[in-house]
Ligand binder design. Structure first.
Ligand code: KET
Length: 515
């Protein structure tokens, strides 16, 4: 018996052949291996032979078989049937259609998935590093990938003041009702005041539209959606390099972006002239994404004088500054000092965006607490902007989580807690500074090549941008079990004093012995 077989791959028919029935049986294992292949059989034979043909497909489900029987009713010769014993246990979709000439066509889709065109995504360049670290069993392993603070024992740290605020919340027995779309009012007030300063006129004039966001990332994403909706075609200028997720955020929001020069590998410092030239050259009315403090990944910030000049050119070009403030208080140890860049722009009467995060400075990484603030030129504009941000948030995640918002509101709202927080922040920033110094001392003492390692001390914040290239960074991981991002960034927040010497050895080896 010959059977017309149409073989399809990913819905495209690429073969139509007549095969002997025996051959169909040989096809079955192939179909199992290549689950995307669909074979349609057109049988121009009696139903008993058809039953035999179905035998070749042990994966056809009994329910599908009986539905086939139903559909065949009246179209097949009497006495024919499809015993369910013919069909195996595995469930496979089966459909068939009849043709007027009495030929019966079966399409047997063997485990064909609708997701066949979805390829494997690459691991995340930052969070993927933690996954690889977990899988390493070497006892010297060190995770300097993600920017997350660790104790000297390299353990995650929950701030004492956070524990106190949480205990207070437990005592009060607060409920779990939905928050409004814009988040917790006490949090929104506290976060805008922390950013601009409680006595800043922009607060009293109610010119800041603030909504609680899903930490820094979610807040940036809301702003990106607002730009896409209300500034169609406007470009976002992003520093080169920048935090690995910025481009993803704007890509997903379909906001075009381009880069401005920022880091100069020759001086291991700021390419200030390049930065200014690129901001000047951008189309008028672009958004300029700026790291409020502790630039990630370089650890290089403009000086106060340079900030003034950046503000000048942004104003000149009618651009809109868009600050990402993920490290307020963590860079210098002072909340006010780390907000000075944003305040400088606000004092010029500029309209601007600021995304805030409490992941690092309050150690609330997993609580996903942050905010998006839009400073407008009038209270009326702020009300309208806020209403539109709520409109964006509602279908995205409806309303934000309450726990982290209450922690922030309680810590900032209670003067004792607030002072304790500042002390703990200074302690964390201080520990990072001390391992930075120790790493530098070790690099200088151990490396006899005369290389200038002083950039390690000049950089600020959680990270050091080592200048190691991808091959050298791979060596750090493969040979020394030190996990870091492939752009050469190391998180000093994940380094202990005890591991500084080991890290220095690894950097020196990678720098000199790998090119
Ligand atoms: N902005 C910057 C500059 C930043 O470094 C981070 C996080 C965020 C925003 C967002 O953090 P969130 O937890 O959404 O509030 N950076 C670290 C973690 C990460 O990549 O998600 C990091 O660079 O390691």
């Amino acid at each position: 018996m010959w059977i017309e077989s149409r073989i399809r791959y990913k819905r495209v028919r690429f073969a139509s052949v007549f095969l002997p029935l025996d051959c169909i049986a040989h096809l079955t294992p192939l179909l199992h291996r290549h689950s995307q292949i669909t074979v349609s059989l057109t049988l121009s034979v009696g139903t008993s032979q058809m039953a035999s043909a179905l035998l070749s497909f042990p994966s056809v489900s009994p329910s599908a078989a009986s539905s086939l029987q139903d559909k065949c009713k009246g179209k097949m010769k009497s006495g024919s049937s499809f015993p369910s014993a013919f069909f195996g246990k595995e469930k496979r979709p089966l459909s068939m259609k009849t043709k007027s000439n009495g030929r019966i066509t079966m399409a047997v889709a063997v485990n064909a998935s609708r997701f066949d065109n979805i390829t494997m995504a690459p691991p995340d360049p930052i969070l993927g590093v933690s996954e690889a670290f977990k899988a390493d069993t070497d006892e010297m392993k060190l995770n300097l990938g993600v920017g997350a603070y660790r104790t000297e024992e390299l353990q995650p740290y929950v701030l004492k003041v956070v524990r106190k605020a949480e205990n207070l919340m437990l005592e009060r027995g607060e409920n779990k009702e939905y928050l409004p779309i814009e988040g917790l009012a006490a949090f929104n007030k506290a976060t805008a005041e922390l950013l601009f300063g409680a006595d800043n006129p922009v607060i009293h004039e109610q010119r800041v539209a603030t909504i609680q966001g899903l930490s820094g990332t979610g807040s940036l994403r809301i702003a990106a959606a607002l730009i896409e909706r209300y500034f169609p075609g406007a470009k976002v200028l992003i520093s080169s390099p920048t935090w690995g997720n910025h481009k993803n955020i704007f890509n997903d929001a379909r906001v075009p972006w381009s880069e401005y020069r920022y880091y100069d590998p020759k001086t291991v410092g700021l390419d200030f002239d390049g930065m200014i030239a690129d901001i000047k050259a951008a189309p008028e009315g672009s958004f300029v994404l700026l790291h409020g403090c502790a630039h990630n990944p370089t650890g290089i910030d403009p000086t106060p004088e340079q900030w003034e000049k950046i503000a000048d050119v942004i104003q000149e070009k009618n651009h809109i500054p868009f600050f990402d403030v993920a490290y307020q208080g963590f860079a210098s140890g002072s909340l006010d000092q780390d907000a000075s860049s944003v305040r400088l722009f606000a004092a010029r009467g500029m309209e601007l965006f600021v995304a805030q995060s409490y992941s690092k400075n309050l150690g609330l990484y997993a609580e996903r607490i942050g905010a998006i603030n839009v400073l407008c030129s009038s209270a009326d504009a702020a009300v309208r902007v806020k209403s539109q941000m709520k409109r964006i948030a509602r279908p995205m995640y409806s309303n934000p989580p309450v726990h982290g918002a209450r922690i922030v509101a309680n810590v900032v709202g209670n003067p004792d807690f607030f002072n304790e927080w500042k002390e703990e922040m200074e302690m964390m920033a201080g520990r990072i500074k001390s391992v930075r110094q120790k790493l530098y001392n070790n690099l200088c003492a151990k490396d006899k090549s005369g290389k200038d390692w002083s950039f390690v001390l000049k950089q600020i914040g959680m990270f050091s941008f080592t200048g190691l290239n991808k091959a050298q960074s791979d060596n750090m991981t493969d040979k020394w079990h030190i996990y870091m991002t492939k752009d050469g960034r190391i998180s000093l927040a994940g380094l202990s004093a005890a591991k500084c010497e080991y890290l220095a050895d690894a950097i020196i080896d990678s720098y000199h012995n790998v090119s």
